[in-house]
Design a protein around this ligand. Structure first.
Ligand code: NDP
Ligand code: MG
Length: 392
């Protein structure tokens, strides 16, 4: 029986994870669940899964959760804040941690889980983008098992040969597929008028609002390029992005002999989640089988970097190295949040990220303090650019 902690249980990935867990009652038990603000939703999950621990963002939220659970007769221990998140991430009573908090807030608990040698099911790509080297070193040094949940990286993980230099030398290229989001064919002259709801209406995937906006700008693919670089030790010029609007081919690995291995499936995050939970076994995920005859034509095209400047910015940040990816990520989080609040336009997101990256920034990506300082500094500078974008 695997005991699982779900960081970000109330989100889209959290929900899909618990859906898979529920399908295998004899195989998985829920040890801890965390949320930030959605107390009612977390209370309902606690009533259903009876975890030993639950964590929320603030003392106030913890008080509300306590009252709800007491009334329901649920004896879950409640904590709040960063320290409590890290405590459940390292708790020896759990062996697996699903890292599904959105954004930089997921970094510390996800890293803590790696340092505790857990099986880390990594959805929170921002943690790896910000501190790839530190994170991968922690995985190696502490014997953690890192299982990529992002569908593209999960696909690549499935298509790569074993991690032995003799086999990996035959890998020519990693090809990340991208749907192109809701604005792949929209007239570029109208992009500045896009509303948050339009940006969040992804054609193939149902996801949280931040990653949905990232998919619309293709910053999501940019973050995934950086994520792939760290997960698979691949240099930027060995990573290619290909638009595939049907989201059936989840990514590919091209080999020196001309072979290309791809992983296919219906677009449903329960497939990579079930793979990560059961690895190296395979289990039922509740996903309908892929019917290729009915799926119709599978098409591919090269991304247009003028339409999707965020993708180019992410490649630039990866090539620049150091804290540049952390700066890119922080500026993007600030800009996306401002867009979702209606404070800036869709097209300002790339402008703000580019503006923050242009202002040279010193900092070491070798220490967590260095990364977090770069993150704070980039947020401050993005905030300043936001004010000028908002007043335009
Ligand atoms: P959601 O916005 O749906 O959920 C985010 C979760 O994180 C919620 O449980 C939320 O709690 C919690 N959370 C938010 N802010 C904080 C904070 N400051 N501290 C602690 N917890 C917090 O996001 P998704 O599930 O869509 O995405 C989660 C991660 O997985 C992201 O990194 C995303 O890039 C990645 N991912 C998602 C995919 C998808 O299909 N959704 C696909 C591939 C990767 P609350 O609900 O209480 O606010
Ligand atoms: Mg993805």
């Amino acid at each position: 029986m695997r005991r699982i902690t779900v960081l970000g249980a109330t989100g889209s990935i959290g929900e899909s994870t618990l859906d898979v867990v529920k399908r295998h009652p004899g195989r998985y038990a829920v040890h801890a669940l965390t949320a930030h603000r959605q107390v009612d939703k977390l209370a309902a999950l606690c009533r259903e899964f009876r975890p030993a621990h639950a964590v929320v963002g603030t003392a106030e939220a913890a008080g509300e959760l306590e009252a709800l659970l007491k009334a329901a007769g649920v004896k879950t221990e409640i904590g709040y804040g960063e320290a409590a998140l890290e405590a459940v991430a390292v708790d020896p009573a759990a062996d697996s941690v699903m890292a599904a908090i959105v954004g930089a807030a997921g970094l510390r608990p996800t890293l803590a889980a790696a340092r505790a040698g857990k099986r880390v099911l990594l959805a929170n790509k921002e943690a790896l983008v910000m501190s790839g080297r530190i994170f991968m070193d922690a995985v190696r040094e502490h014997g953690a098992t890192l299982l990529p949940i992002d569908s593209e990286h999960n696909a690549i993980f499935q298509c790569l040969p074993p991690e032995d230099p003799r086999y990996r030398a035959g890998v020519a290229k990693i090809v990340l597929t991208a749907s192109g989001g809701p604005f792949r064919t929209r007239d570029p002259a109208t992009l500045h008028d896009i509303s948050p709801d339009e940006a969040c209406a992804h054609p193939n995937w149902v996801m949280g609002r931040k990653i949905s906006v990232d998919s619309a700008t293709m910053m999501n693919k940019g973050l995934e390029v950086i994520e792939a670089h760290w997960l698979f030790a691949a240099p930027a010029d060995r990573i290619e992005v290909l638009i595939h609007p049907q989201s059936i081919v989840h990514s590919m690995v091209a080999y020196a002999d001309g072979s290309v291995l791809a992983q296919l499936g219906n677009p449903d995050m329960r497939t990579p989640i079930a793979y990560g939970l059961a690895y190296p076994e395979r289990t039922h995920a509740g996903v309908s089988p892929l019917d290729l005859a009915r799926a119709g034509a599978l098409t591919f095209e090269t991304p247009d970097l003028e339409r999707f400047p965020c993708l180019g910015l992410a490649f630039d940040a990866l090539r620049a190295g150091g804290v540049a990816p952390a700066i890119l990520n922080a500026a993007n989080e600030v800009a996306v949040e401002a867009f979702l609040q209606g404070r800036v336009r869709f097209t300002d997101i790339a402008r703000i990220v580019a503006g923050v990256l242009e202002q040279a920034s010193e900092g070491s990506a070798d220490t967590l303090d260095g990364v977090l300082a770069a993150d704070r500094d980039a947020r401050r500078r993005a905030g300043a650019l936001l004010d000028s974008a908002a007043s335009c």
